[in-house]
Design a protein around this ligand. Structure first.
Ligand code: TUI
Length: 312
């Protein structure tokens, strides 16, 4: 059940992809998700190529299943990271925060599947024309850098606009969300926040606990003035961002306050002044579980949801 074109395209058991979260999505998490039948992803974020190459080599030792790397296109190291991913013959790349058009031909040549995150119909159509294998339509419910449209509005519009498979992301963490995404025409889902709370995720326990403690209104979008809005858990840093925003500060002041704060949260465990990127679905996440249990719950929950729909 739930075998879709995405399973065939990526050679995976379930159409469940793990978000490529910077600092959070290390080799350990990626391998656990891949070993559980999904597609694990290493988040390259702003890391230099050596770091990314090392994580790739670690994943190769931990699993013989397909895996991917997420390339954050605003990274100062993007060119060298692309080169490392190319040399390591990574089976799948996802991209975020930009347009990966110029890298598509080189990856097509070696059979690496390219799957960009798109926040709009226009970019989805352009990416299809440029030859990508699928797109991830990511709604503003997501954590981290977000677009404007909700998953509910974006996914069906992208599905209607392109002829390649669409993966839904943003606000999905259980079987109900999975079935909803399929009902909107998606052929797979990408989940981030719920996998932060996977046992195998190496993020600091304070980061995981901040998600577990958060309620439905526990996140906020900051940094709209920078042109790269970011959803984070409400904490002291979020309040500082808010103050800067209402005092009409400059983009430079904003970026200075944000610099290094994601690492402070993920690695250092600073839950007050670190940047805890997480999605609106945080309010539904209540425990730390192995990646395998998360995936099994989604699949079992999806089957139950479909059964219960039959009696409506
Ligand atoms: O990329 C993400 N999520 C991220 S990246 C990140 S690191 C970061 N930190 C501070 C500022 C900016 C980034 C943390 N979380 N998700 C995928 C995503 N991609 N969301 C939105 C987009 C996107 C936005 C514009 C993709 C393409 C795009 O196109 C613009 C263009 O160039 O056409």
């Amino acid at each position: 059940m739930f075998k879709t074109e995405i399973c065939e395209l990526l050679n995976i058991q379930y159409p469940i992809i793990q978000g490529g979260m910077a600092w959070v999505a290390t080799a350990e998490l990626a391998a656990a998700v891949s070993n559980a039948g999904g597609l694990g992803i290493i988040g390259a974020g702003n890391a230099p190529a050596d770091f990314v190459r090392n994580e790739i080599q670690k994943v190769k030792k931990l699993t013989n299943k397909p895996f991917g790397v997420n390339i954050m296109l605003l990274s100062p190291f993007v060119e060298e990271v692309i080169q490392a991913v190319y040399e390591e013959r990574v089976p799948v790349i996802t991209t975020g925060a930009g347009n990966p058009a110029k890298y598509i031909p080189m990856f097509k040549e070696i059979g690496t599947k390219v799957i960009p995150v798109v926040p709009s119909v226009a970019l989805a159509k352009k990416m299809e024309k440029d030859g990508v294998d699928a797109v991830i339509a990511e709604g503003t419910e997501s954590g981290g850098h977000v677009g404007e449209l909700t998953t509910m509005a974006l996914v069906p519009q992208v599905v209607d606009a392109v002829n390649i498979p669409v993966i839904a992301a943003g606000g999905i963490a259980d079987g109900r969300g999975f079935v909803s995404a399929m009902a909107l025409g998606a052929k797979g889902v990408q989940l981030g926040t719920v996998f932060v709370c996977a046992e195998e995720c190496t993020a600091h326990v304070n980061y995981k606990n901040a998600i577990i403690k958060a309620g439905d209104r526990g996140t906020v979008v900051t940094g709209r003035i920078t042109g790269h809005p970011v959803r984070i858990i409400k904490n002291k840093l979020a309040r500082e961002f808010d103050k800067l925003e209402s005092s009409h500060s400059t983009v430079e002041e904003f970026e200075k306050l944000g610099a290094g704060k994601l690492k402070d949260a993920v690695v250092g465990g600073d839950a007050d002044y670190g940047s805890i990127m997480a999605g609106q679905i945080s309010g539904m996440i209540k425990e730390i579980r192995p990646a395998k249990a998360i995936i099994e719950d989604i699949i079992n929950g999806a089957a139950t949801t479909i059964d219960s729909l039959k009696s409506i």
